[in-house]
Ligand binder design. Structure first.
Ligand code: SF4
Length: 374
């Protein structure tokens, strides 16, 4: 029996909401197989040269040229002018170029804005604690994500570039990072195909953080011939290079916009330049695909984080195209649970009044918040 049959009622009802339909139109079309996912389109854009034979500089030049061709083709496919089946598959494609670049980048790793520049192919490990492999800790049909996403074919990768003191997934993000299955690109493609076959509305790349595993994820798409939306569920601390690789393969973005200032980001996640990097990536992502932004309300952080985050979204992103999920489920975990006196501000659940104030503020700003239920 198909797992589709166990879908939550609100996961069906949500598509009667015109705001959701408008904001997630591309994702929905791919989900319903009315349109091909972007990675399938990228496979049909021909690379005139074997990417393996090119230098990194040459690869980037080729990438940027093919990106223009891809966007032209994407637009024609969206407009119904052309169908993917009418096109032949080239020997080398835009997707091959992207995967090749990603593997080169981990030799002096700049996948995220930590920009460690260590050679991960030689076993070097940095903040994310990863070598050159992607470690899958679990994968399954997730029924607890936002209504438009479930059942979500969720893949949890080990490792993270953040060090959040309250992390709920700290076992795979910070402790036993390499305890999962080291997956080859082919194996990762098989996992994705199986999830779609079992009724997944999307492939939800998450962790930990998926960014350090980008090279394996992009390579896996070369072996995946099943149509399924690619969902990027991330802290959004990708480098500009990683963003360039991602924008033509991600169908729906699920950014976790945590902090409204750099001081809180440094103190609670050990991350520098948070606002500059994350807002830059949010603007870029909003130009390339649908987006549902998550914000977890931290206790005592309404004025310094929640309100600035909501203000920034309202002032800088196309409001009618963006859904915002204001999440109320914070609880002290990981280091905060063990040493609550070190972070007394977040050593409790948020109060009902704090959550209500966050909703009121989003309402005042005219955001489409909580249009998506959890
Ligand atoms: S993914 Fe980020 S944290 Fe990990 S090695 Fe690369 S640059 Fe460093």
């Amino acid at each position: 029996m198909l797992e589709w049959l166990y879908i939550r009622p609100d996961a069906l009802q949500v598509w009667h909401d015109p705001i959701v339909v408008r904001a997630l139109s591309w994702y929905r079309d791919v989900m319903l197989n009315r349109m091909p996912a972007k990675f399938l389109i990228a496979k049909h854009v021909e690379s005139p040269e074997d990417p393996a034979s090119l230098s990194l500089d040459e690869l980037w030049r080729l990438h940027d040229r093919l990106a223009s061709e891809f966007r032209e083709l994407w637009s024609r496919i969206r407009g119904g002018e052309i169908r993917l089946e009418q096109l032949s598959k080239p020997k080398h494609s835009f997707l091959d170029v992207k995967a090749e670049i990603a593997w080169r980048l981990i030799r002096r790793c700049v996948l995220c804005e930590r920009r460690c520049m260590i050679d991960r192919t030689r076993g070097g490990r940095s903040i994310c604690l990863l070598d050159d492999k992607a470690y899958v800790h679990s994968w399954f049909l997730h029924m607890g994500e936002e209504a438009p996403l479930v059942p979500s074919g969720t893949i949890f990768y080990g490792g993270c570039n953040f060090k959040c003191v309250f992390c709920q997934n700290y076992d795979i993000s910070q402790l036993d990072v390499r305890g999962g299955e080291p997956v080859s690109p082919r194996r990762l493609a098989e996992i994705q195909a199986e999830l779609r076959g079992r009724g997944a509305r999307n492939i939800n790349h998450v962790g930990g953080e998926p960014t350090p595993s980008l090279h394996v994820i992009l390579s896996s798409l070369k072996y995946l011939d099943v149509n399924v939306p690619q969902l990027w569920n991330s802290n959004f601390y990708m480098s500009e290079e990683a963003m360039k690789l991602l924008v033509d393969v991600v169908d729906i973005w699920l950014p976790d916009f945590k902090y409204g200032n750099n001081k809180c980001a440094q103190r609670l996640s050990g991350i520098p330049r948070y606002m500059e990097v994350v807002t830059r990536n949010l603007v870029e992502a909003s130009r390339h695909g649908d987006m549902l932004i998550r914000h977890l309300v931290l206790p005592s952080h309404l004025e310094c984080c929640t309100k600035p985050v909501l203000r920034w979204i309202a002032g800088n992103l196309p409001r009618e195209k963006i859904l915002v999920n204001i999440m109320d489920q914070y609880r002290p975990e990981h280091l905060v649970a063990r040493y609550p006196w070190r972070w007394p501000d977040i050593a409790r659940r948020p109060r009902v009044g704090e959550i209500a104030e966050a909703y009121r503020y989003a309402e005042k700003l005219g955001l489409n918040y909580r249009q998506v239920s959890l």
